[in-house]
Design a protein around this ligand. Structure first.
Ligand code: FAD
Length: 303
């Protein structure tokens, strides 16, 4: 008898089965930069659809995003995506970064509004800037020539007055020309399935890629999840109970949690998964291998 999981493994082994992508953030130091390059090289072998680098909303890390993209672009063969936020910047400043991306060969932009700066209660667009992500997408479409991803929130964005308003906002991003949406991380697949039902009911037909957070430190993740209003289910809490400080055991549990999450969604027909790597490759490699994804380079040398 073929189980759901076996079906999903077969999907993973099939070269046309499912695709993956990875996300990292620009490191703070030169040492971190070197480490991230190793991570990018380790993950290159899994032939991801793209490798994306986040963009700091406060201004401090914009240069680092550009440097990180340039470094990975020069030293690996990754198809890169640069995140771009519009908070706190004029349209001209935002467009200039998009042009810099284009100049360095980065033609995929993850277009975001960005977070409200610390100490500010409510989001305020820059008077000369893009109003939000949908407006940014429209601006990028006007410039032309970019593949555009946007963010989606299965548990609704914390600023959103209602689920309906959040879906209207997502629809506006697709209507403005987004090619796909990547979700905020979530742990309960039913949250994603319910979201996808609402997305469909809302007339949104563009592809939605689930974002999978690899849990390096459950207690840090719990704090982060609270800020994002992402539910941490009791069953997940129970899996990590008593493992605080035991990195090795947490990693083993984390791999199994991510693999189960992906296999179940793959069995339900999801075909692209975006992994939040947290700038580490150990869990990502273990998850990809457990999913039956073979490093392309090894396959080439075996063939
Ligand atoms: P939008 O889709 O524009 O809006 C999100 C919510 O805010 C909507 O529900 C809407 O109701 C409300 N809203 C929109 N416009 C306004 C307005 N003018 N006034 C009041 N409320 C409004 N952040 C970074 O800083 N850098 C990154 O690289 C980054 N990468 C991300 C990648 C992914 C896949 C995701 C899901 C998020 C990422 N974020 C990043 C976080 C993101 O910037 C925040 O979640 C931000 O608060 C919302 O961005 P958005 O593009 O989803 O906003």
């Amino acid at each position: 008898m073929t189980t759901l999981s076996q079906n999903a493994f077969n999907v993973a082994r099939d070269p046309g089965g499912f695709t993956i992508s990875f996300e990292a953030f620009p490191p703070m130091s030169e040492a971190g930069q070197g480490k991230l390059l190793d991570v990018a090289k380790n993950l290159e072998d899994f032939d991801p659809a793209f490798f994306s680098v986040t963009y700091g909303a406060g201004g401090g890390t914009q240069e680092r995003t550009l440097n990180t993209l340039a470094d990975i672009s020069q030293k690996t063969g990754h198809n890169l995506a640069g995140h771009l936020t519009c908070v706190g910047a004029t349209k001209e400043q935002t467009n200039a970064v998009a042009e810099q991306y284009r100049k360095m060969g980065v033609k995929h932009i993850v277009a975001l509004r960005g977070d409200t700066p610390d100490g500010v209660d409510q989001y305020q667009p820059h008077p000369g800037g893009y109003k939000n992500a949908a407006d940014l997408v429209a601006g990028l479409k006007e410039i032309g020539g970019f593949d555009i991803s946007v963010g989606a929130y299965p548990e609704s964005h914390p600023d959103s007055p209602s689920r309906n308003a959040d879906l209207d906002n997502l629809k506006a991003k697709f209507d403005a020309g987004a090619d796909r949406a990547i979700t905020q991380f979530f742990f309960d697949n039913h949250v994603f399935y319910d979201f996808m039902d609402s997305v469909q009911d809302h007339g949104i037909t563009g592809p939605i890629v689930p974002g999978i957070l690899l849990i390096h430190d459950f207690w840090k993740v719990k704090r982060f999840a609270k800020m994002c209003q992402t539910d941490v289910p009791d069953w997940l809490e129970a899996r990590f109970a008593g493992l605080q400080g035991d990195t090795a055991a947490q990693q083993l549990v984390a791999v199994s949690v991510a693999v189960e999450q992906v296999l179940e969604m793959a069995a339900s027909g999801v075909r692209h998964f975006h992994f939040y790597t947290m700038n580490k490759s150990d869990l990502a490699v273990a998850v990809c291998r457990s999913l039956g994804l073979k490093p392309a380079r090894n396959m080439r040398s075996v063939a």
